[in-house]
Design a protein around this ligand. Structure first.
Ligand code: FES
Length: 780
């Protein structure tokens, strides 16, 4: 008898064959790569996601002896730590990562430096009590009032250099405008950009850098002067507390609630906000322009279609955010990603690595301004401490891009410039960004592009409807009765995004938007293929796609997105398809064949003429294929086919409701996680206000309560309260809007969860499911 393998959580994550001298606090040797991890070497700042690629794959949570921190690199682990701000305290977020020498401490004290708790490094319950009092200024309607000023400043600054043909965008625009906006938002008088810039650099190096002992002395003097400047500004504002701006509101709350907003908080916040309010936006903007101009196709795409800009901003925040790592401290012995973390341990959560995790983002290394999941990046953090200023940053980045794509679409990066960054663990943005263009070609000189008045502007994450690329119908093949295979390509022949088995796209044309699974060759990057079944009695979408689209028609496509992922590690895979459900199954069969895995396909349909892709299935998968053609008297018996299901079997099914429900009934006898399915239709998921009741959603991670009215979905209520819950189908079909449930019974209405999953009440789909009672607690 062999003993069972220890649970992953109990195993040391380190490969002991690569013994190195250092040891982690648990007594295990540290791998050579973990020992070499040094965020202060240039490679980290040049491309932090790339720098930690090895860790995401081999050692996702590791001890860094050079830093004295546990480094967390995968998406789910980073999010899980952010989510639990009790077990993982934010108290160390502003701690000096390089300990101060006694001499430095003396210098800081000589300036009266007394940095203490601010919004980012305080524990509950103080943090939420303050955050609630101080959040009003960040509401979308308040932020919207800043838009005309940001746009006017953007135009004014561009006017200064537009005829020169060359500019350093950081020095000539991206530093000063966010600073001006931040001061205006805070209500702080203009303090001189250059001095504040020096102060902010000193603050960053002091808190997140690794200066030498000698450098620390100069930095300490600058930090001390910054502290004194901040206190002088604060004292001036307190003398006239009626002013407008967030700091004035904070002062007034301090006067009303000195227990919630104490004096020390006011003083610390004044300095912290002067640095944080503009630096992150300046850096993120410069990073975004560098990213888009380096990937010229993306820049050209937003010039051609500025509606893509909001999503391009999110994609840039994903691949080149300005906040790349943040800190937490474990308040009890625990585990992260299966690795034991002792109480008191400090963790560096590297968001810039998590944002490249292929377990969460498809093709994470591609810059894709059409990526619908871009908004799920962790650059703003997550949970109760998520960046409060995220929407101010987003709106500035959007406006800058809108102005540049109109006025300087032909702008290019000056070739050969080396990008240099301030060496630190957490904030990333180039010192300079040189661009050049030919002024004679400026659209406004030739009158080819007039500056339009500012159009409707929205605050928050990008609307999904804006994220779509143009494709052309290159081939259209009849595949049987009422079945058409559409072959789509980029109109200019550009490469299309990679996709994986089970993925789908949305086709958008003639006012219709419909989802179709991809079924072509997965390694063909020049085309995407779907099969559309013409439904004579449907809502009109399939009739439009089958009848109206001709070869050469240009339509819109969003995705690919995969919500029906294949577990490639399964010992044996059983695939079921009913009717048009064969399309994702075809792609899965192709993939399993490519991997040399054990699989079988069971495909049922009314008649051979109504069964798509038969010829290819018989050509490529004959030995694995079982057909059940009703007109020939063949019937699929699920219990007979599934007599021998084990824990390492995976069953994937796509087809009509009766196929899925029969499988669901059988699945009660199987281990959890065996059955996966995808439904065709969303019957029964729609909101009927006359039959609904209102309830309250308590958001545990954010410590907020959201009221959900009877005529509102939970998703709508969460989004209007400012929570970026992603969604896709809005019909309970896709699983995108899944939220974890902490407590309370759920009235499940989706078509995503299995019966067993519904009974556990651990997850719900916010677009359609509701609380069964008056209250539900969610992990948000
Ligand atoms: Fe698709 Fe909710 S958005 S299930």
């Amino acid at each position: 008898m062999t003993s069972a393998a220890p649970p992953v959580a109990a195993r040391c994550p380190v490969d002991h064959t690569t013994l190195a001298q250092p040891r982690d606090p648990n007594g295990c040797p540290v791998s050579a790569r973990a020992a070499a991890f040094n965020p202060f070497e240039p490679a980290y700042m040049q491309a932090p996601g790339d720098y930690l690629r090895w860790a995401r794959e081999q050692e996702p949570v590791f001890w860094s002896p050079q830093l004295g921190y546990w480094i967390v690199t995968r998406y789910e682990d980073v999010k899980a730590v952010f989510r639990d701000n009790i077990l993982f305290s934010p108290a160390v977020a502003l701690e000096k990562i390089t300990p101060a020498t006694p001499e430095v401490m003396g210098i800081l004290q000589s300036y009266g430096f007394a940095m203490n708790r601010t919004m980012v490094n305080e524990d509950e319950p103080d943090h939420m009590a303050r955050r609630r009092l101080l959040m009003d200024a960040f509401l979308p309607e308040r932020l919207a009032t800043l838009e005309p000023m940001i746009r006017a400043l953007a135009r004014e600054y561009m006017d200064r250099f537009i005829d020169k043909g060359r500019a350093d965008l950081v020095a000539e625009m991206f530093y000063e405008i966010p600073l001006n906006i931040a001061l205006k938002f805070l209500g702080v008088p203009d303090e001189g950009a250059e001095q504040l810039r020096q102060f902010a650099v000193a603050h960053t190096l002091n808190t997140w850098g690794r200066p030498t002992a000698q450098e620390q002395l100069d930095i300490a003097h600058n930090v001390g002067r910054f502290w004194q400047t901040a206190q002088n500004i604060l004292d001036g504002m307190r003398a006239q507390p009626d002013g407008e701006g967030w700091m004035y509101e904070t002062i007034r709350q301090h006067l009303k609630h000195p227990d919630v907003v104490p004096e020390s908080y006011l003083r610390s916040m004044m300095m912290a906000i002067l640095a944080a309010a503009h630096e992150t936006t300046s850096n993120a903007t410069a990073n975004a322009f560098h990213t888009l101009l380096t990937h010229r196709q993306s820049w050209d795409d937003i010039c051609a279609n500025p509606a893509l800009i909001p999503n391009a901003v999110e994609e840039c925040l994903r691949v080149a955010g300005s906040i790349i790592a943040w800190r937490r401290q474990a308040t009890a012995d625990t585990q992260v990603g299966g690795v034991a973390i002792p109480k008191g341990a400090r963790l560096l959560l590297v968001q810039a690595s998590a944002n490249f995790d292929p377990r969460h983002f498809e093709n994470p290394d591609d810059i894709d301004v059409y990526r619908e999941s871009a908004v799920e990046h962790l650059t703003f953090g997550y949970g109760a401490h998520q960046c409060m200023g995220k929407n101010i940053g987003r709106m500035q980045m959007r406006i800058f891009l809108e102005e540049f794509v109109r006025r300087l679409p032909h702008m290019r990066l000056v070739p050969g410039q080396a990008m240099s960054y301030l060496s630190n663990t957490s904030f990333r943005g180039p010192d300079a960004l040189w661009v050049a263009w030919e002024p004679a070609l400026n659209p406004e000189r030739s009158g080819s592009r007039q500056l339009p008045p500012a159009g409707a502007f929205f605050i928050g994450p990008p609307p999904k409807a804006s994220i779509a690329r143009s494709v052309v119908l290159r081939e259209k093949h009849a595949e049987g009765e009422g079945l058409f295979r559409l072959v789509l390509a980029d109109p200019q022949g550009a490469v299309l995004p990679a996709w994986s088995a089970g993925a789908h796209v949305d086709l958008i044309a003639g006012g219709f938007r419909r989802k179709y699974s991809l079924c072509g060759e997965a390694n063909d990057r020049s085309t995407l293929q779907v099969v559309v079944q013409r439904e004579a009695d449907g809502r009109g979408g399939s009739r439009h796609f089958c009848d109206q689209l001709e070869v050469g028609t240009v339509l819109q496509l969003s995705g690919p997105k995969n919500l029906f992922k294949l577990d490639e590690s399964a010992r044996h895979v059983v695939l079921f398809a009913g009717g048009i459900g064969i399309t994702p199954v075809m792609a899965m069969a192709d993939r399993l064949k490519h991997l040399g895995k054990s699989y079988e396909i069971h495909y049922a349909g009314r008649s051979r003429a109504q069964m798509a892709l038969l010829a290819r299935l018989e050509r490529d998968h004959a030995a694995h294929l079982h057909l059940y053609v009703k007109s020939q008297g063949q019937r699929l018996s699920l219990p007979a086919v599934l007599a021998d299901v084990t824990a390492d079997t995976r069953i994937y099914a796509c087809g009509p409701d009766r196929l899925i429900s029969e499988l669901e009934s059988l699945s009660e006898r199987w281990p959890a996680g065996v059955l996966h399915f995808e439904h065709f239709n969303a019957e029964g998921t729609a909101l009927d206000p006359s039959k609904e009741h209102a309830f309250v959603a308590q958001l545990k991670d954010s410590n907020v309560e959201v009221a959900v009215a009877a005529d509102q979905t939970l998703l709508q209520a969460l989004q209007s309260a400012g929570f970026d819950v992603p969604c896709d189908c809005n019909e309970g079909l896709c699983g995108t809007c899944e939220v974890a449930v902490v407590e309370g019974d759920v009235d499940h209405r989706d078509k995503v969860l299995t019966k067993g999953e519904r009974q556990t009440n651990r997850r719900l789909m916010a677009c359609c499911s509701r609380a069964a009672g008056q209250r539900i607690v969610l992990a948000l």
